[in-house]
Design a protein around this ligand. Sequence first.
Ligand code: ADP
Ligand code: MG
Length: 699
Amino acid sequence: MLDPLQTDIKFLKGVGPARARILNQELQVTTVRDMLYCFPYKYVDRSVIHRIRDLQDGMPYVQLKGQIMHFSMEGEGRRRRMVAAFSDGTGFVELVWFNRAEWVTKTYSCGVTYLVLAKPTLFNGRISLAHPEMEVAAEASSQPLDMMPFYHVSERMKKQGFTSRLMAELVHRAFEQLGQATVPETLPPYLLQRHRLLPLDEALHRIHHPATAAALPEAVRRLKFEELFFLQLDILRYSRHRQMHTAGFVFSRVGIHFMKFYHECLPFELTEAQKRVVREIRHDLGTGRQMNRLLQGDVGSGKTMVALLCCLLAADNGFQSCIMAPTEILAEQHYASLQQYLDKLDVRVALLTGSVKGKQRREVLTGVADGSIQLLVGTHALIEPTVGFLNLGLVIIDEQHRFGVKQRAKLWTKNVRPPHILVMTATPIPRTLAMTVYGDLDVSVIDQLPPGRKPIRTVHYTQTHLAQLYDGMRHQLRLGRQIYVVFPLIKESETQDLRDLETGFNDLTGIFADFEVGMVHGKMKPADKDAAMRRFKEGHTHILVSTTVIEVGVNVPNASVMVVENAERFGLAQLHQLRGRVGRGAEQSYCILVTKDRLAETSRRRMQIMVESCDGFEIAEEDMKLRGPGDLEGTAQSGMPFDLKIAHVVKDRDLMQEARDAADALLQADPTEQLPQHAVVWRQLALLKKRQINFSAIS
Ligand code: ADP
Ligand code: MG
């Protein structure tokens, strides 16, 4: 049977090839069905008519009812405009059109009653409405719609003659295409009932043409649920499939390496959280299924030790493991500490980065290939095809939360069977996001810091306190400590930011003339960057001026002060990461957040949260409450199988959980995907996945 909704959009009346191309490119609309899924982003309640007397600058769209008193041309050159004085008996406003004088006077006349829809703005001290939408009041009153939908139209679409009104018309035609038929349901009836959802047909009609504002929430909920349900269904289905079909190595033995290390070499007692996580991982490793686990733990919670214990388990069972870090510095740091830990053990550990060359590199590659190296630490160099392991059983990926499903898959080719994978991150990822980006991973959390840490003291200074700040810094430098000074570097304003950084560097070089000041930023060549970091690490430079390149994992225990300039421009999670760079030695450490004097209320509140809390998860939650999911959302979106049009990964977290449970139950009840009542579901999922492939081919 031919599905009218699958008709190519170019065949919809009023579209044609040119408009179809724009709809494809700008809104990913390729079929008539897609048109129905272009949802309005807002509505104007046309049952409300505002009085001119009550208008104020900054009000949203308002509707007025009145008459044009007279027209006049005003202004010169590019400012030349047609102005109509408009009155409803309570006052006057100006309706304004640029470049359309002739059209305006031909279309509208004095003495006719119009309904006018526009956004009031203050112009030359008077309220005016630019390019209003107008209808003759008598005609408008016959319209059944009270809530007028507004559709997103990009700049490029506008240039091609698209308007919100045209979009509304196209949606209308898409419904017409169906004739008497309803939009076929995508969810089985029992799910609609169980989750109290509107039928799809009704939800779609309502979202485009709600009779009243009160009719909207149910329609929105149904459509959000559908979106989240299919997202979760896809993720869960993928991970089930993988679990069923991917056998993993069984690490059944706890042997000499693990035991000896645990009882003789452990430099400290593990925290309860570390013990629990090691148990969780050991359980995974014993099941015979391949492990895919995300280990979350705040900065300094001791993830490295957990990683090491896992590697020892692998070695006990005759397997090699590798630990992958995002930068050379971090890889070297890990290598140095692991070597120290493994001093008394008969486990050979080696380092492989881009800088390991010549004879040394050949030796490492040989040792990895013949199995004499049991633990390899390195950068992305580890996944290059030239690195051949004898029997890689475990891969640990550190501090890299953008290492997505695809990259992980690449590791599988390193062995006949895929190795177990542990991803470690200090970025607190709220549960809802973990459900999407890492939806195919199991999650372990280290929610406890090792005992005896001196909390970092955090202070908020504004520009007027600079003298105090410099005094404090000088005091620390005289005590022999080192200092980080971080500037924001945000893409859109890169040149200005880079200038700020350089100015900051020059200023500090002048102010602290008796100390060494270094600089590192992302625009430098990797080798120069590494050299600058190394000079700081080895204590040759005392102050390191940098961008957030130092954000992850760097360990310089002698650094006791973190100064963050323009702190209001950073996300809180990022500030927390930066703060985690200090407080690694025995000394009292400080984090100084410098902002301009006058701060917006939310910025002030955010600084206050940083001053008051040292808990990464708490900070991330607060941050999301204050400013939405921001960066995290970006991360989530980029890792997701489908784009979300209407649901929101954070705001709709409860619905996401509900949809996930529903998807999970469906898969449990119908593991072979054969129950007739689920046919609609698989059909829709296939459709969504096909769409996805089309887009990735386009972009
Ligand atoms: P992160 O989780 O940020 O990677 P690390 O693994 O680098 O943290 O550990 C931070 C510091 O804490 C290291 O110096 C490590 O030796 C120390 N550490 C880890 N676990 C414990 C523990 N249980 N007790 C005391 N110190 C610990
Ligand atoms: Mg670490």
